[in-house]
Design a protein around this ligand. Structure first.
Ligand code: ATP
Length: 331
């Protein structure tokens, strides 16, 4: 039996989290879920959107499944999603971008993985006003953080038999910060002569991914570029409802979808649970439950290919609960 922390989140979070619990239960992996809550809903009780209780539970169990948590725009607290990654030093944000047959996209054979640096860059949150009419946001790039994310990308490529690692940057303009990232990536690449390495400037990377997505394999990049490139990837494969993710550190891993809390459809039984389910598949592989992971992924691939029971974002009319039942029936 594995013990896993469950942070259901808010918006569509609780609905899609339940779906994952049900599917994992149905596939026969014995997980004891320790449920803890974060976000606006716990502010009154704990005086913070991220109580220590949540972090302590994840530290103890080492593995968590997490639904999205709404971040107020412009004011209010900083992102809890970002705070969890920083406080637990989950420096790898892993986002696989893969097309499944039947997904609502004209792209085929896309299968690349984004390694996004998760702890610094423009997400360091160092901002201040300069007088009344200007504001400054500071981007931090360090050799240490760049080195460990690039190493993680190469180690993944080695383990998963991937052939190419591409570093994404804007070192032609940000010569010092992105320059350091690129220089570090080139140094790390020398340790892996068996894996091909190249680099792309981020704007060109966006164009290349739309024109020739099947030419890319493992992409590694600083924080903000990773955010943008992941959503571009979501667009390539049929939307945010299909895009999983994981935040990984040296000992702890938190699995969460790329999408946000989707307040427009929250509580309506309309959310697509597949993105968090595929994050659950990544979690099962992390727990070395490889057979169960394959069975869940195959069941998802089957219902996408058949195209009969799909949520609205995929062009169907099925409810969250219906698509979940359909996946369970396929197991
Ligand atoms: P955040 O800033 O937290 O990343 P966001 O503003 O980018 O959030 P999302 O909450 O991810 O936005 O939602 C963007 C759009 O995609 C919304 O219209 C939402 O309804 C839709 N969407 C996101 N996730 C899903 C899902 N799992 N199923 C169906 N639709 C979704």
């Amino acid at each position: 039996m594995e013990t896993v922390t469950l942070i259901p989140g808010d918006g569509i979070g609780p609905e899609v989290s339940r779906a994952v619990q049900k599917v994992i239960d149905a596939v026969g992996v014995d997980i004891e879920w320790k449920e803890v809550n974060a976000g606006a809903g716990v502010m009154d009780k704990y005086g913070t959107p991220l109580p220590d209780k949540v972090l302590d539970s994840v530290r103890k169990n080492k593995v968590a499944l997490k639904g999205p948590i709404t971040t107020p725009v412009g004011s209010g607290f900083r992102s809890v999603n970002v705070a969890i990654r920083k406080k637990l030093d989950l420096y790898i944000n892993l986002r696989p971008v893969k097309t499944y047959k039947g997904a609502p996209t004209k792209f085929k054979d896309v299968n690349y993985v984004v390694f996004r640096e998760n702890t610094e860059g423009l997400y360091a949150g160092i901002e201040h006003e300069v007088g009344e009419d200007a504001a400054e946001s500071i981007k931090i790039i360090t050799r240490k953080a760049s080195k460990r994310i690039v190493k993680a990308a190469f180690e993944y490529a080695k383990r998963e038999n991937r052939k190419l690692v591409t570093a994404v940057h804007k070192a032609n303009i940000m010569k010092l910060s992105d320059g350091l990232f690129l220089e570090t990536a080139k140094e790390v690449a020398k340790e892996y002569p068996e894996i091909e390495f190249n680099d792309r400037i981020v704007d060109n990377m966006c164009m290349q991914l739309v024109q020739y997505p099947d030419e890319y394999d493992v992409l590694v990049m600083p924080n903000l570029y990773g955010d943008v490139i992941s959503d571009l990837g979501a667009g390539l494969i049929g939307g945010l409802g299909l895009t999983p993710g994981a935040n990984i550190g040296d000992e702890i891993a938190v699995f969460e979808a790329v999408h946000g809390s989707a307040p427009d459809i929250a509580g309506k039984d309309k959310a697509n649970p597949i993105a968090l389910l595929l994050s659950g598949v990544l979690m099962l592989r992390h727990l070395e439950e490889f057979e169960a992971a394959d069975r869940v992924e195959n069941a998802i691939a089957e219902i996408l290919a058949e195209g009969k029971v799909l949520t609205k974002d995929l062009g169907g009319e099925a409810a969250t609960t219906e698509i979940t039942e359909e996946i369970i029936n396929r197991l």
